[in-house]
Design a protein around this ligand. Structure first.
Ligand SMILES: [Mn+2]
Length: 314
């Protein structure tokens, strides 16, 4: 059931024991939103498998306790936050759940008790509206969490909308801190392993040119998302980065596209979703930032992504 932000308080009220659940590799948007919701309406915070480095850094600053892989069926209700496909939860989708999210995928909507899904630039903007319309006063730490999520998901306002700027101004005012403090909550010093992964990704990169399009494909077994972003920064229109995790057959691919590519109607969420489902997995995300998990050989999956993209360009 789709609900409005204003109805959130009434919908959550009957549940005593609520868990806010973040996706795997939980980022500042997921952490900040779960923290703000749990402070306003009560409940615990959990994440599937792990937190991202910036997510962990922010959780530390907020003093948020995040349970890793909590027993989801022990809660009256699980609110899935900033997540749009069940593979992002390691397929541990609880029996009864609600959803607050800003992605394009529809996969979790039908099975939910109630949901708010809007294509805002960050889930933080939705959560901010929820708090306002339910008459919650926001404390500084919660505001800081939302602001950090908003800054991170918009690439420091590069992908911001007018709604993002409005929300940002309101959150700063309500929280009583300045923009610099919010930026500090995201400034994790880049660690050596990340820098090595990005340099490896760039040095192994294979570039395909079609007309004036440059497509970069590469393999590296960590920091795929950051690597894809780095390759777009270096000049690729679209970058696909594949990695294998642990000993499993599972392959993760992260994809990013330039602003130009997004303007020319490339939809990476759709493209990765289709490739993933052809290889026994699932994927999704946003038009210009998406990911998949599927079974197979990394190079074969990369090839399938590249082929599908080339087809859509002709
Ligand atoms: Mn998000």
């Amino acid at each position: 059931m789709r609900i409005r932000e204003k109805q959130y308080g009434a919908c959550i009220a009957p549940y005593r024991n609520v868990l806010y659940l973040c996706h795997r590799n939980a980022d500042p948007d997921a952490i900040g939103c779960s923290f703000a919701l749990s402070r306003a309406f009560g409940g615990s915070i959990g994440a599937a498998d792990d937190l991202s480095r910036t997510g962990a850094y922010l959780a530390d600053i907020l003093g948020a306790r995040i349970l890793i892989n909590p027993p989801v069926d022990d809660y009256d209700l699980v609110v899935v936050v900033d997540t749009s496909v069940s593979t992002q939860l390691g397929d541990r989708l609880p029996k009864s759940y609600a959803l607050v999210d800003h992605h394009l995928d529809k996969g979790l909507l039908d099975g939910s008790l109630f949901y708010i899904q809007k294509p805002t630039k960050s889930t933080a903007e939705i959560v901010w509206t929820i708090l306002k319309e339910n008459g919650k006063t926001i404390e500084k730490r919660a505001a800081l969490g939302l602001m950090a999520g908003l800054i991170a998901d918009t690439g420091r306002f590069k992908r911001a909308s007018t709604g993002t700027f409005l929300a940002a101004a309101e959150i700063l005012k309500a929280g009583g801190f300045d923009y610099e403090e919010a930026q500090d909550a995201l400034s994790v010093p880049a660690d050596l392993s990340q820098r090595i992964a990005l340099l490896k990704a760039a040095s192994r990169c294979e570039v395909t040119r079609q007309g004036d399009w440059l497509i970069a494909c590469t393999e590296v077994n960590s920091f795929e998302g950051s690597a894809a972003m780095a390759l777009v920064d270096l000049g690729a229109d679209v970058a696909f980065v594949a990695g294998r995790h642990g000993k499993s057959e599972k392959v993760r691919i992260s994809a990013r596209s330039s602003r130009e590519a997004a303007c020319r109607n490339i939809n990476l969420a759709k493209l990765l979703g289709e490739v993933a489902r052809a290889y026994g997995g699932d994927g999704g995300g946003h038009r210009s930032a998406a990911a998949l998990e599927a079974i197979g050989d990394p190079s074969v999956l990369l090839d399938a992504c590249r082929k599908k993209l080339l087809e859509s360009l002709t």
